[in-house]
Design a protein around this ligand. Structure first.
Ligand code: ATP
Ligand code: MG
Length: 436
């Protein structure tokens, strides 16, 4: 045998039965997005590298060290596997002039790629679900998006999720704060680590994000952006807070919350859980009023968030919630291979009527290969089906199939076997659905 090929490090296969949890989550998201009138958008996984360099900012973790970038082998174009999808959505919105008739509410789901050290809750291919509202300047849309995320946690039955909120103000307010921050860090240069020294003049805000223990006291007493906000920025922030309060959504103001991309202004937020250890941020977002213009579109305000699907699913598991595994309504037991044409015809008719049926499939050729009745019933049981359909020769000769309940108590009436006519499948098909 040849050497076994394995998946790329940090990239996971999502296999059944766990994939059922993904479908369950995606179904809930689709329903919820429809309730808030957010529409689905699907953009390419590969984008021009310049989109992320320009959109996210050169001095960010993602652009500095996490991107999977390569050259198109024919024309040498610089390309990147998307590390996030806000930039891609904004590119598409600008390219297709989607805001021509007013604002748009959009959502997406899909894989993202970041070259990080793989660990629990941190992968190199991971999945995000994101919602973006573009073309709306009002604080009520920031609040709507936060309420939408909060509703999703409730819909998913999540506990122990808290909301942290901050305002980054507008660029001029940030510049004033930035100057004060640089002066403050320069006065305390001996406490800074190498990374902080390097970022002191390029991106001092990011220093507030440091995890270096010896710098914590320093960043805690650093000048706070909130003290530099003007009236309009404060009013925007207050409206968001008032709407959250009116809706009973608890939040904590975290003046050090700055987020990982440079494109944010005004409202930023994260949903964090204490149940997942170090990778506790399940969702993050904020306003990005200057991004559309930055990547060459007509200036328009926007706000959005993205959640990490792997982390949300892990939280669901950590909190002991079991997602129901899918099982077919019925399992077709086939004692004799000569019945196969009738069996498949019957199963097609049942499926067309909405019944889910798993056909017993042979591991070898001929009737022998179908396996013994005992082994077929074992498989029927293992499938989780509520009923076995038994296509025995004697019953088929009378134009009938035997239906046996698999899930009732022993000796129950439900255990009894009934005969059903093959020439009138609609008369009994619905009785098989969802356990009858
Ligand atoms: P972190 O601080 O954990 O690196 P981030 O700020 O880089 O997160 P965002 O870019 O805001 O994350 O992405 C939104 C969400 O996507 C995160 O809150 C997280 O749930 C998820 N996420 C980000 N990076 C990864 C990853 N490498 N693996 C799994 N999920 C991730
Ligand atoms: Mg990160």
């Amino acid at each position: 045998m040849a050497d076994k090929l394995t998946a790329v490090k940090g990239m996971n296969d999502i296999l059944p039965p766990a994939s059922a949890e993904w479908e369950w989550l995606e179904d809930k998201v689709r329903l919820l997005m429809a309730r808030y009138a957010y529409r689905n958008i699907r953009t390419p996984i590969v984008e021009p590298t310049a989109l992320f360099v320009r959109g996210l900012g050169e001095v960010t973790d993602i652009v500095e060290k996490e991107m999977y970038s390569f050259e198109d082998r024919l024309n040498g174009e610089a390309l990147t596997l998307r590390p996030e999808n806000t930039a891609g959505v904004v590119r598409a919105v600008a390219e297709h002039n989607l805001l021509y008739e007013g604002g748009k509410r959009l959502y997406y789901m899909g894989p993202m790629f970041r070259h990080e050290r793989p660990q629990r809750g941190r992968y190199r291919q991971f999945h995000q679900i994101g919602a973006e509202a573009l073309g709306f300047a009002g604080a009520e849309v920031d609040a709507e998006l936060i309420l939408l995320a909060d509703a999703l946690w409730k819909e998913l039955g999540l506990k122990d999720v808290r909301l942290e909120l901050n305002s980054l103000g507008q660029p001029d307010e940030r510049n004033q704060h930035r100057a004060a921050l640089i002066a403050y860090f320069e006065q305390n240069a001996d406490v800074l680590d190498e990374e902080a020294k390097r970022r002191l003049h390029s991106n001092p805000l990011r220093i507030l994000d440091t995890k270096t223990p010896t710098m914590q006291a320093l960043v805690e007493s650093a000048p706070q952006l909130i003290d530099f906000l003007g009236e309009a920025s404060l009013a925007h922030f207050n409206t968001v807070k008032a709407i959250l309060q009116a809706n009973g959504v608890a939040y904590r103001i975290n003046p050090r919350l700055v987020r990982g991309m440079d494109y944010y202004n005004l409202t930023v937020f994260e949903f964090i859980t204490g149940s997942l250890g170090a990778q506790g941020t399940i969702c993050g977002g904020g306003r990005f009023d200057y991004l559309i213009e930055q990547i060459g579109g007509k200036a328009a305000p926007a706000v959005g968030w993205a959640l990490g699907v792997e982390r949300v699913l892990e939280l669901i598991r950590a909190q002991g919630q079991a997602v129901a595994l899918p099982a077919p309504d019925a399992y077709a037991v086939i004692p004799d291979a000569s019945a196969l044409p009738v069996v498949l015809k019957t199963l097609q008719a049942l499926r067309a009527l909405g019944v889910s049926v798993q056909m017993h499939a042979a591991s070898g050729a001929g009737t022998e290969g179908m396996g013994s009745m005992k082994s077929q019933f074992k498989k029927a049981d293992g499938s989780g089906a509520h009923f076995a359909l038994i296509f025995g020769q004697a019953e088929l000769a009378q134009g009938r199939v035997a239906v046996k309940a698999l899930r009732g108590e022993k000796g129950d009436a439900a255990q009894a076997q009934t005969l059903r006519p093959l020439d009138d499948i609609p008369s009994w098909a619905q009785g098989l659905r969802a356990g009858g």
